[in-house]
Design a protein around this ligand. Sequence first.
Ligand SMILES: C[S@@+](CC[C@H](N)C(=O)[O-])C[C@H]1O[C@@H](n2cnc3c(N)ncnc32)[C@H](O)[C@@H]1O
Length: 498
Amino acid sequence: MSLAAMVLADRSDRLVGFYDRWIDVATLGHAGRVRNVVLGQIAPGQRLLDLGCGSGTLAVAAARAGAEVVAIDRSAAMLSLARQKAAAAGVAVDFRQGDVAFPPLGGERFDVATATFVLGELSGDSAALVLRRAAEALSPGGRLVIADEVAPASLGARFLVGLLRAVQWVVSFLVLEQVAPTRRHPWRTLLAGAGLELVPERSSRSGSLVVLVGRRPADLPRAVLAVAPLDDVLPVGVVRAVLRAAAWLDAPIPVRPGVYRVGQPGPAGPVLLTGNFLASVEAVRGGLAGHGAYVVVEDSQGWNVWCASDAGLFDAEKGAALIERYGLDTLVDTRRIVVPRLGGRVRSRLAALSGWDVDVGPIEARDLPAFLSTGISPPMLSLRRLYGRPERVRVAALTLMQLAVLLLPLRLVPPAYRRPTQDFALLAGVLLPLAHDALPGRTGISKASALGGLVALSGVVAGRLRLREGLVILASAPLVGWIYQSSTPVIFWKRLWR
Ligand SMILES: C[S@@+](CC[C@H](N)C(=O)[O-])C[C@H]1O[C@@H](n2cnc3c(N)ncnc32)[C@H](O)[C@@H]1O
């Protein structure tokens, strides 16, 4: 059973209270069994570091069994639940709020570290960094125990779980929420990448969940990844043309996250951060116009920076993890990174996690050379430039496509109501981008409502529409506007500066 649904519970503070019941149901009871296997790896008196402790079930059980436990989670609501559990059990657990990739540990060492059902919530780079941090926090010979999801063994179960994940992906695509399925990283490779030696005899499997144990050797090998040319991850030929067309319509086309170089950057950099949306990465490369640079491509799940930032998918943690993993501070001596303006809200957190200076760059990659040479923050772009003709054509195409899908249920409605809605949707899909500036209101909904009012009123007065049809248009206009506003780069302008 997929862990994916369960993730909902720990992404909303209001649902946290249901987490324990939820995870048991979502894993068909395997989660409890797996935690018992993990507990079996911890001896009384040992120092345990529990990463992403959630509601504290494992941390509290380990403390009851005589371990000395430090448990870290970023969610205050989860930690409060965990503290209540520890108090009820009468045990002391040192709960700390923080990010597991940048754990609040002052050089402490542990005998065992655990990460149960956490790593699948993280990008590959963040998960790798968490494992590296955990390995560094272990005493030589200490063990890291991870429990997470793998593909089910049987074909039937694979199909069912695959279906569930596909549905979640589509839902997350449509509503741009953070409820993407959990990831099944290549766990053994990740353990090895963190410098740990797999202990096969202690590893096991329960349903779709796996427990893997890694041992820390006396000397941890250095683990810095090599920076490759950016061209290595960009598709070529027909594939590129097809993917670019899909990216033009805002489909989340990903490239492999990592740190890449464009041209031959020197120790002065510059270092630029972007999301792993194909079109963004290509825009950065093109915008550099021959300048050398290191480009940090973080895993925004294939979304453009603006959308990903709004959905919380473009975050400071992933960027900071990449800076660490690729040892960027050994490649440049300026410790300065430029973040795109539409993702500028990561600025202070990224500075705090990485210790780097963070500059907010231009909105558009074509302004990068000017920004890099003057160092001056670009002025706000005018609406005319940000929402020029090519962008309006793109938004019209995107709006019409979304309307075609979202209005499909109208097939169930009698033609008398369906037709005016469809005709208006078609007209508005084209007119809203073209007449955007002329229509009153700040949001797509208000602009579409105004357009709907105008069309309905003029149609009824001229005798081309019945009153009933005019009312149907008025009622459907907000929905059309909502779809339009989700496609424009300008409607939520103010939200960009949150
Ligand atoms: C699915 S729960 C697992 C909780 C617990 N380990 C268990 O076995 O039930 C994942 C937990 O990881 C936490 N988490 C996810 N990403 C994190 C991060 N980057 N830093 C700290 N905690 C994180 C979430 O807040 C959540 O409590």
